[in-house]
Design a protein around this ligand. Structure first.
Ligand code: NAD
Length: 422
């Protein structure tokens, strides 16, 4: 503890709020069609339901501005009437779409986690850049393969951690550089959301660790609250696999699922900074998740879904809400002008070590029925773990797992993940 880690690595790495400054872009390949002609970028989207609807809305905004042309979509389920532009071709799969569509600038993949690796590889076999939803892929082996292929292709790959586009990250960097918080001693990520039974019934991969031997890794830290982990890592300056020294996991579940829904992930960066992520989707009430910087003379709390930063020191309390760069626009600017990516595939390496630690950890420990109450009826019922709010706060503040805190339901122990040499 006491290492002023984070600040140097944040300052030295590609600046999320200062694109075009000292940072090195992942790829400087420019798009000849859009760059030279100013024509709208030709976009394809795989996955039009679920989170794909968010992409459709965003692409609608960019299309109205003349920046993009959504030329084709792929989904085994047809799009809802009127949800895609009439000019967009509709395919049932990405392979068909790619075979039928020339000169794509960007392919967006917003499909179930277990499909990311094959669809991303298919997209990178074209001349298009790739926007790949989080988590990037479901294993470290697939991540390394994708990284090699993307490097060979020269095309940018953006990962959909949209919180990494927040301008609050630059403000945090400035606070650290100015010494407002004193020495940065640790970072915590706290997530307490509510997810009901219907959430786990919406798709066949929901709550799965694998399907027929194919990794899925749909746990609380790797899917619903993955942004909490990714944002904490980014603030700590941990971007690539080389930036992480250790990862420990302690995984539990209150729901009747394969994967974890209530977990502590404890990370130490190679610069020596501890990061503790205490996460659940079994809270009594949903609260927007936050990343806390614990300094020797103050704290900064980043509510990343709201771009809101609260700083408390002896001098008082400040609260500010910031803007955010859109990751699709950033990928287009990367392709046409070499602007650094805000959430590149390479910079998701630290996150992928966490995912691999979760993937290879023992099965999550069920939380005893006596410590779980169910609120609501039928499919709308959701589990609430007794005392979870205080447990998350203490875990983050003290960098302890639930068993180390001595909680009555925490009968597991931390599992140490052997971080491979970078
Ligand atoms: N960035 C975020 O904030 C955020 C939020 C939610 C979900 N996500 C991510 O988005 C992705 C999709 O999640 P979801 O909950 O929308 O999943 P989902 O199961 O609802 O599926 C999304 C769509 O993909 C389609 N699909 C399935 N297989 C396909 C294939 N091979 N080719 C084309 N389409 C296919 C499905 O039919 C569905 O329409 C996941 O990676 C998830 O983690 C990101």
């Amino acid at each position: 503890m006491g290492t002023p880690a984070g600040i140097d690595s944040i300052a030295a790495s590609s600046g999320e709020a200062a694109p075009g400054t000292a940072a090195q872009p992942e790829s400087t390949a420019a798009c000849p069609s859009a760059a030279a002609t100013g024509a709208p970028a030709r976009i394809a989207l795989a996955g039009v339901h679920g989170f794909g609807t968010h992409h459709l809305r965003n692409l609608g905004r960019l299309q109205a501005a003349g920046a993009v042309d959504l030329v084709a979509v792929a989904d085994p389920q047809p799009p809802a009437p009127g949800s895609v532009p009439p000019s967009a071709a509709v395919h049932t799969g990405l392979e068909d779409l790619l075979a039928a569509t020339a000169d794509l600038d960007v392919v967006i993949v917003a499909t179930p986690i277990q499909t990311h690796a094959p669809l991303a590889l298919a997209a990178l076999a074209t001349d298009a850049a790739l926007y790949l939803e989080k988590p990037p892929v479901a294993s470290l082996a697939d991540y390394n393969r994708l990284l090699d292929v993307s490097a060979a292709s020269g095309h940018g790959v953006q990962i959909g951690f949209q919180s990494l586009g927040s301008h609050a990250l630059a403000a945090i960097r400035e606070q650290l550089a100015a010494g407002t918080l004193g020495t940065l001693e640790g970072i915590s990520a706290t997530g307490r959301w509510v997810r009901d039974r219907a959430y786990y019934k919406r798709s066949r991969w929901a709550g799965k660790r694998s399907i027929n031997g194919v990794d899925v890794v749909d746990g609380v830290a790797t899917n619903p609250l993955a942004h909490a982990v990714a944002t904490a890592l980014r603030i700590a300056g941990a971007r690539t696999t080389a930036d992480v020294a250790s990862v420990e996991t302690e995984l539990y579940r209150a729901n009747d699922i394969e994967s974890d829904d209530t977990s502590v992930i404890r990370i130490r960066t190679t610069a020596g900074l501890p990061i503790t992520c205490a996460l659940t989707i079994c809270a009594a009430e949903s609260v927007e998740p936050y990343v806390t910087l614990h300094g020797s003379s103050g704290t900064a709390v980043f509510h990343y879904t709201e771009d809101r930063l609260v700083v408390e020191t002896a001098a008082g309390r400040t609260e500010e809400t910031y803007g955010r760069d859109d990751l699709a626009e950033n990928l287009l600017a990367h392709r046409t002008a070499g602007v650094p990516l805000l959430s590149s595939l390479r910079d998701s390496g630290a996150f992928m070590l966490v995912l691999e630690a979760v993937r290879t950890a023992p099965l999550p420990t069920p939380i005893g029925a006596g410590h779980v109450r169910w609120e609501g009826e039928g499919e709308a019922a959701h589990a609430v773990v007794a005392g979870i709010e205080e447990a998350l706060e203490r875990a983050g503040r003290e960098h302890l797992t639930f068993s180390e805190l001595g909680l009555p339901w925490a009968v597991s122990a931390p599992t140490s993940f052997p971080v491979p040499a970078a």
